[in-house]
Ligand binder design. Structure first.
Ligand code: TXA
Ligand code: MG
Length: 345
């Protein structure tokens, strides 16, 4: 049967969706928009396609990738067993920015999960992603899954526009342009494969929203539960711009800004608008007023880091955000970006 394709967005035609689905079917890669960030997709059941993803990204082969399913895709097909908790979270948050880690079904190639016995599943809400996944799934009797990490080189900032993807990989990559991503940071990842829910990566779906559905708080990456404060020492370097980035409370940034004034070094300062004060007027400080809303900050974050990489500054100073649940995801990404810089010093 021919896939039921509906016009995805004004920007992407049915013919472009059909062409992209055929490329995936042939083992080729397609970059596509999701509500979080752009993904670099390949057929999840084709180990050669998955190998192409790793090669394009320059990513170690033991890093698992997320399998994307169409809204009417069947999560049962990919897993050994779908726990009741997983079904509750699926009912509450799919389609949307929540990835679930579950025990992988034996028939699914291990390449997609970097050799681990689990698989990460997510159903994106972006209409272009859904149209692509539906068209690809139709070619696979309804069971198609698209393996897709963020469409950036390993360790770099995730792309939130089609142009960002082209900036990462050049014109050679096939990109579906669905406009700017609404969420702007990667999905929340929850591991349900270990007997207790564990948050592996914070995102738009919060630990509190997850706790409301499950009746228990997920464990955080530092081993504490979702109601305990986070230890920043456990953060890994990732999601980094090319320019060194420091994430500090404003009081700790001021001496660094004073140093930059003396040396004449060009720096960027991302801080709340009320901090502009004397610094915003200085010729060598590129001041950016930070969005006050956590969702807006998340949406603009990666585009801002890319813009600052082009802004001819030698340091990016970012005012640390409050240690409150609202800011957990933005703090996480900025913390990793800063960790990349600390590790290289
Ligand atoms: O929002 C997103 O999740 C985006 C869009 C494209 O969907 N994708 C994304 O993929 O951020 P990626 O590969 O850049 O990050 C996925 C992370 C990996 O770093 C890995 O740690 C984790 O998900 N992951 C995936 N499968 C896993 C598994 N089976 N076990 C543990 N972690 C897994
Ligand atoms: Mg990534």
């Amino acid at each position: 049967p021919t896939p039921p394709i509906v016009s995805a967005t004004p920007f992407v035609t049915d013919a472009q969706i059909a062409e992209a689905a055929a490329l995936l079917d042939a083992g080729q890669l397609v970059a596509f928009p999701t509500e979080t960030v752009y993904g670099l997709g390949g057929d999840a059941e084709n180990p050669q396609a998955v190998a192409r993803i790793y090669e394009a990204k320059g990513r170690p082969a033991n890093h698992p990738v997320i399998v994307h399913l169409a809204p009417h895709g069947d999560p049962q097909y990919w897993v050994e067993h779908l726990p009741a908790d997983a079904q509750r979270l699926i009912d509450a948050f799919w389609p949307g920015p929540l990835t679930l880690i579950l025990k992988r079904a034996a028939r699914i190639p291990a390449a997609v999960s970097g050799g681990q016995d689990s698989v990460g599943l997510r159903c994106p809400s972006h209409p272009v992603a859904q149209a692509l996944l539906a068209a690809f799934g139709a070619r696979r009797g309804g069971h198609g899954g698209v393996a897709a990490p963020s469409a950036n080189r390993f360790g770099h900032v995730s792309p939130t526009t089609a142009q960002h993807v082209r900036d990462e990989f050049g014109a050679g990559v096939h990109v579906l342009d669905g406009g700017a991503c609404e969420v702007g940071i990667e999905s929340t990842i929850l591991d349900l494969s270990r007997g207790f829910p564990a948050l592996l990566r914070p995102g738009r779906v919060t630990p509190h929203e997850i706790a409301d559905v499950l009746g228990v708080a997920p464990r955080l990456p530092d081993g504490s539960d979702a109601t305990a404060p986070r230890a920043s020492g456990t953060l890994k370097a990732h999601y980094a711009p090319r320019t060194p980035l420091a994430l500090l409370p404003f009081e700790a940034l001021e001496p660094l800004l004073a140093q930059a004034r003396v040396s004449g070094t060009r720096v960027a300062l991302v801080a709340r608008a009320s901090r502009a004060g004397a610094w915003a007027d200085m010729a060598n400080v590129h001041f950016v007023a930070a969005p006050e809303d956590p969702h807006v900050y998340a949406r603009e974050l990666y585009g801002l880091l890319r813009a600052l990489d082009r802004a001819d500054v030698s340091r990016i100073f970012v005012e640390k955000l409050p240690d409150t649940p609202d800011w957990i995801a933005v703090n996480d990404r900025l913390g990793r970006a800063a960790a990349a810089f600390e590790a290289s010093e």
